[in-house]
Design a protein around this ligand. Structure first.
Ligand code: SAJ
Length: 443
């Protein structure tokens, strides 16, 4: 008999009870969305302080997420969402979603599944017979049918496909648009078997308006890690093309525009580097699935190429300062610390690597960022007496800087543009020495 005999009916009547393990950027909005759709949702969080914050209807993490504060307050108030640290509650639900961090090691880039293993082992210990377990965290292809299945079955309480169903529905959320993405972005419902995949489609239809594609769990793992590796490789190509344009004295923006006129081409934007919580990590999760004796070439190379961009920008600073009589350490102001324009999210920020590279080169570094509280100093004051300014993030505010007014306060007028924000010729006419990524030194 099917494990999902009345699943559709219980989704329709919202009588299905759901748990979300992990209440961070992915788990909390998803839990709130299911609660808003009418389900009773239990959120499981390790940290009692976060549970207390959430149960006051307050989002426990930084970042402006339109609608999340109000929605959380509403579902906590009406009782459809309850957060707890009590893992035994997992035994009282029909569906258990998991959205915990799945980082990679800084040294060898291997997946670090400490949080995932703890969550899945807790499920193995408490889940009721018939429960559907869905991993939303991004995982290396093969992880679900391998480690996750083993952790679930190890104690002997459960057998996947018999007492439990198991699937993978990778999240596709972006900071600043968590609730919107959850509703409007298509998702892959990867099941360990077809029945499970189809049940997942039924479940997610309650909160997702876009396509829901039933697939195998490994196809879902490959889709998520593949889509982000694809983006990283394409950004790396843009960065390498920009460096060639620089050396050749061409303008990357012009070359990119001309290439993209060719059908099927879409060169992305070169920049200071690749930050954020998924693009720098997911390619390594994909690579982890490659056969030991046939490791990937392109994906790791793209990671190394993108990670070299902050150092390239630092070399442009040194090149701009060359020949100047500077008393003591060169003073450099880095504009932008978030990993993305007009965002306050600093995870894996390339600016951090840029600042470290500049310090290693003997510079004294100051940072400004209008979106990051600790870097919101007055720009002109921060620029006072500096030798060089680096535009590391294309925050909208930096496109309206009055460079003429700023010039007199500078000790030297060197500007390095890592994000195509300035017009190099206009700045040169103001007496600045310009080094612009992708736009040759003499341009
Ligand atoms: N970046 C470039 N050049 C580009 C695009 C991005 O240097 O042409 C840099 C950004 O400055 C940033 C990093 O890469 O430091 C990542 O930028 P991103 O635009 O990829 O933004 P993310 O990290 O928020 O990626 C998310 C991902 N979405 C999900 O995981 C659901 C990614 O899969 C999306 O492709 C991406 O948003 C998007 O398209 O906006």
């Amino acid at each position: 008999m099917s494990r999902f005999v009345d699943f559709e009916a219980r989704v329709a009547t919202r009588s299905l009870r759901i748990a979300m393990v992990g209440l961070g950027y992915v788990g909390l909005p998803a839990a709130c969305a299911f609660a808003r759709a009418g389900f009773r949702v239990t959120g499981l969080e390790l940290r009692a302080d976060r549970v207390a914050t959430i149960m006051r209807g307050v989002v426990p993490f930084e970042g402006d997420e339109p609608g999340l504060d109000a929605l959380l307050a509403e579902v906590v108030k009406n009782g459809t969402f309850v957060a707890t640290t009590d893992a035994a509650k997992l035994g009282e639900v029909d569906v258990i979603l998991v959205a915990v961090e799945t980082p990679v090691e800084a040294t060898d880039h291997r997946p670090r599944y400490v949080a995932l293993e703890a969550a899945v082992r807790s499920i193995a210990a408490h889940a009721a017979t018939g429960a559907l377990v869905i991993i939303e965290s991004t995982i290396a292809p093969g992880t679900l049918r391998g480690r996750v299945r083993a952790w679930l079955e190890e104690r002997g309480r459960h057998r996947v496909g018999e007492t439990l169903s198991l699937g993978h529905c990778p999240e596709r959320v972006m900071p600043g648009k968590l609730l919107q993405n959850l509703r409007t972005m298509s998702r892959v419902c990867g099941g360990e078997d077809v029945e499970t995949a189809n049940a997942m489609v039924t479940l997610y239809r309650a909160v997702v308006e876009a396509d829901l594609d039933a697939a195998s769990s490994v196809a879902a793992e490959l889709t998520k890690t593949g889509e982000n590796a694809f983006r990283d490789v394409n950004i790396a190509f843009a960065n390498e093309l920009a460096r060639i344009c620089e050396a050749a004295g061409a303008d990357f923006l012009e070359v990119r525009r001309l290439i993209n006129k060719s059908p099927g081409r879409n060169v992305l934007m070169a920049g200071t580097g690749v930050g954020g919580h998924c693009i720098p990590k997911d390619p390594w999760l994909l690579a982890a699935a490659a056969p030991i004796d046939a490791p990937l070439e392109l994906v790791p190379a793209a990671r190394r190429s993108n990670d070299a961009m902050p150092r390239h920008l630092a070399s442009l600073v040194l090149d701009g300062l060359r020949g100047l009589a500077i008393d003591g350490a060169p003073r450099v102001l880095v504009l932008g610390h978030a990993y993305l324009e007009d965002s306050d999210d600093e995870r894996n920020s390339p600016s951090e690597a840029l600042a470290a590279a500049l310090v290693a080169l003997g510079c004294e570094v100051r940072v400004h960022d209008p979106h990051v509280p600790r870097f919101q100093g007055e720009l002109r004051a921060l620029a006072n007496d500096v030798d060089a300014i680096v535009i590391a993030v294309a925050h909208r505010a930096y496109r309206s800087i009055d460079w003429s007014a700023l010039a007199p306060g500078l000790r030297h007028r060197v500007i390095v543009d890592g994000r195509f924000v300035i017009d190099p010729d206009a700045l040169r006419s103001l007496g600045y020495t310009v080094r612009a990524l992708g736009r040759g030194p003499h341009r």
